[in-house]
Design a protein around this ligand. Structure first.
Ligand SMILES: *Cc1c(COP(=O)(O)O)cnc(C)c1O
Length: 421
């Protein structure tokens, strides 16, 4: 695509955008000092779909009108409400419907899934995460090692970029596995690295895990609803994702989990009554009879009010079609990358690999005469929302569902203005 640094060009792209109508289906934050928002923070908290408001209100009404009968007699009965997320999750993750479940929140799911898939022995007890992993994942992995009586100091390993490089190379993971022999029990790795925006080769990671006899879990926090996923084919043992980032389901909304079908006949997981199959759940007997598939991992009856926005949001993704979203996303983030390089190439760079493919671009200020944090704060005052990640990165992520090419152009304009002050 030949890009052009003019507002007219950006507006023309918006005019030809088949997904442009979805923008109106979201609530944008307020103007600041007469400036409309340039919201490029879907990687952290997606905007509110109007449909989510409707779905939450609907469940408040059902609670009011039906009380306990809402479990069976409302328009979307709570007894199997979680299933309304199944088709959408399966499509976005390339899983079979039986492999996905809406439950809990991300870090909780990582722990619950590790309870099944991290069973260290004296010989095979190590976990590999990536260098600079999201803190919650580091804490989760380290504490799992500790509760099993081992020491994260020696047993939590990091896959690192080479000296002088920023990105992870799959051949270095292979080398690490070769070097560690049979001592590695689990790989716990992201689909998209949150800091650099690098999209990892998840297929290769899963293949390596199998070759070296380890289990593998994927954290898809920044991958779901952002890049293509084929979980059933890649066959990690498990995966989990939050739904408030690219999935727009609101702060702390219910997360999703994946358990590959090869594990569905096992009974080695922590259990609660909502994982019992529906037909015998209310017989209240003492023997657990697992629901088929990943649903058996569900424990409690789900918080309907936090699940309602997930279901609303998934409908929008299904309506837009993920293929069309990806096509737009490549052009949209491509335009952002091109504009930043064209206008600010000598002063501002990006640490996101050129072929990353996701929405996110992690910008870094190369010009040492500029105070990067102050620049970020000026952008905030100009009503640009990205996010700052220590030590020195500004993340921006135009998303194809509600961002426009004009948003991207306006970002460049305000960045120019911020640099001029
Ligand atoms: C956003 C994010 C989390 C957040 O965890 P919660 O349990 O949802 O609070 C965890 N891990 C990664 C990699 C993330 O990007």
């Amino acid at each position: 695509m030949q890009y052009d640094d003019t507002r007219a060009f950006a507006m023309a792209l918006d005019q030809n955008d088949p997904l442009a109508r979805f923008r109106e289906q979201f609530n944008f934050p307020r103007d600041k000092q007469g400036r409309s928002p340039v919201y490029l923070c879907g990687n952290s908290l997606g905007l509110q779909p109007r449909l989510a408001v409707e779905f939450v209100q609907n469940e408040l009404d059902n609670w009011k009108d039906y009380a306990v009968d809402g479990h069976f007699h409302s328009n979307r009965p709570w007894i199997n409400y979680h299933r309304l997320a199944t088709a959408g999750f399966a499509e976005l993750t390339g899983a079979k419907p039986s492999e996905v479940i809406a439950m809990n929140t991300l870090t909780v799911n990582l722990h619950l899934l590790m309870a099944s898939f991290y069973r260290p022995t004296a010989e095979r007890r190590k976990i590999i995460i990536e260098d600079g992993a999201f803190p919650s994942d580091q804490y989760a992995a380290a504490s799992q090692i500790r509760v099993h009586g081992y020491d994260p100091e020696s047993d939590l390993l990091e896959w690192r970029p080479r000296d002088g490089e920023l990105h992870l190379r799959i051949e270095d993971l292979e080398q690490l596995l070769q070097q560690e022999g049979d001592s590695v029990a689990l790989l716990l790795l992201p689909g998209v690295q949150y800091y650099t925006g690098q999209v990892l080769d998840m297929q290769a990671i899963c293949d390596l895990a199998r070759r070296f006899g380890c289990k593998v879990g994927l954290d898809l926090a920044h991958a779901i609803a952002n890049v293509e996923l084929s979980l059933n084919t890649w066959a990690p043992d498990f995966a989990s994702w939050c739904t408030y980032k690219y999935l727009n389901a609101g702060p702390g909304a219910i997360a999703g989990a994946f358990v590959h079908e090869k594990h569905h006949s096992g009974s080695d997981f922590l259990q609660g009554w909502w994982g019992n199959k529906e037909s015998s759940r209310f017989k209240m007997h003492s023997t657990f009879e697992p629901a088929p598939g990943a649903e058996a991992w569900q424990m409690s009856n789900p918080p309907i009010l936090s699940l309602a926005p997930v279901i609303a949001s998934l409908r929008l993704f299904q309506e837009a079609g993920f293929g069309a979203l990806r096509d737009k996303s490549r052009t949209l983030t491509g335009y952002l990358r091109w504009l930043v390089a064209t206008r600010f190439g000598d002063r501002i760079g990006t640490i996101t690999p050129a072929d990353a493919g996701g929405c996110q671009l992690s910008l870094i200020v190369n010009d040492r005469s500029i105070d990067a944090k102050a620049l970020f704060e000026t952008l905030c005052e100009l009503n640009v929302t990205g996010d700052w990640r220590n030590p020195d990165v500004i993340r921006v992520a135009p998303v194809p569902l509600y961002n426009s090419f004009s948003d991207v152009f306006e970002f460049a304009e305000r960045l120019s203005a911020a640099l001029a002050t």
